[in-house]
Design a protein around this ligand. Structure first.
Ligand code: CDT
Length: 309
């Protein structure tokens, strides 16, 4: 019996600051109902899918900042997503900003969760690679303050779900080969990944024309080199005067894109994903047990920056 998971990559168009959580949840629910009609098992939403991409602003007032975070999941406004999951028998991946109260105080994370067809949370992931800066930089057209507003996560975990092995990542993580390999070493068969990527990169505007190419390049390479499906989902379009790339797609373990969005608005890309397609890569070219040469890889986990001879 092939292990088929029908995936809906649920791209979102822009979310403006004035849009209420309730309005946004309606858009997500709309995606869920459409995905269910088309026989999907899992819907994948973008990073920070409940709000505008607020790290583009330097916000000093903690109360104003806190409005972008969820202090409970599910909470009163997000509960309908979990109810719909259960009613429709449809899992989902959701990115959001998490305000987490622990015994030593409040912690802030750029978070994603994986929710099962029963509406229960299967796993949670805290974004590891936080791009940008932590202080106001007036020369930028817009800020990228993820290093100020979030703490970095500490692991790339995987979970048994939907008949396979699932992993999660968020946006900038997709540019780092380590992200995929750490999950690859745990046998991952499908990596779900939401993103918000401005077309313009203030420190390197010479990359702007390549932003869509780089988006696909890294995810296709990560899929192939680890014999895994990768589902990359954008929040796209013009959000608060900032243009963000689309490029939502579903990538097979061959590295090929098998489904993609063609707009920068709310759109579903759907694919029938056979998890057993991973095996031909995991057991041949990328048979890790047989071919990896870990004696030569020490620097990867012990040295952060470059040291030239
Ligand atoms: N959200 C996020 O991580 N965005 C970054 C923008 C960095 S500019 C290259 C990304 O890697 O897409």
């Amino acid at each position: 019996m092939p292990r088929i998971v029908n995936i809906a990559a649920a791209q979102l168009g822009p979310i403006q600051r004035r849009d209420s959580r309730k309005e946004v949840i309606e858009r997500l629910l709309n995606h869920m109902y459409n995905a269910a009609k088309m026989g999907c098992d899992v819907v994948v939403f973008p990073e920070l899918a409940l709000t505008t991409f607020f790290p583009r602003w330097y916000i000093e007032d903690p109360e104003e900042l806190n409005q972008f975070y969820e202090s409970e999941m599910p909470g009163p406004t997000t509960q309908p997503l979990f109810d719909a999951a259960k009613k429709l028998g449809l899992g989902f991946y959701l990115g959001y900003a998490e305000l987490n109260k622990q015994s030593d105080g409040y912690h802030r994370y750029n978070t994603s969760i994986l929710v099962g067809k029963d509406g229960k949370i299967i796993g949670k992931y805290h974004k590891v690679h936080l791009p940008g800066h932590d202080e106001y930089e007036p020369w930028r057209r817009f800020q990228h303050l993820e290093k100020r507003y979030f703490e970095a996560g500490s692991s790339f975990d995987v979970w048994s779900a939907f008949g396979g092995i699932f992993g999660m990542a968020l946006c900038n993580d997709r540019r780092w080969s380590e992200t995929y390999r750490v999950m690859g070493l745990q046998g991952v068969e499908m990596i779900l990944l939401g993103y918000n990527t401005p077309v313009h990169n203030p420190p390197a505007p010479e990359h702007d024309d390549l932003s869509l190419f780089h988006n696909h390049l890294v995810m296709q390479a990560g899929a192939y080199q680890n014999g895994t499906w990768v589902v990359g989902v954008a929040k796209a379009g013009n959000e608060e005067d900032c243009d963000m790339i689309g490029g939502t797609c579903i990538i097979a373990p061959s590295g090929e894109i098998v489904a993609a969005c063609s707009t920068k608005g709310d759109e579903l890309a759907i694919a029938r994903c056979d998890l057993d397609l991973c095996q031909s890569y995991k057991s041949t070219t990328f048979n890790f047990e047989k071919h990896r040469q870990i004696h030569a890889y020490g620097l990867i986990s012990h040295q952060r920056g470059v040291k030239t001879p």
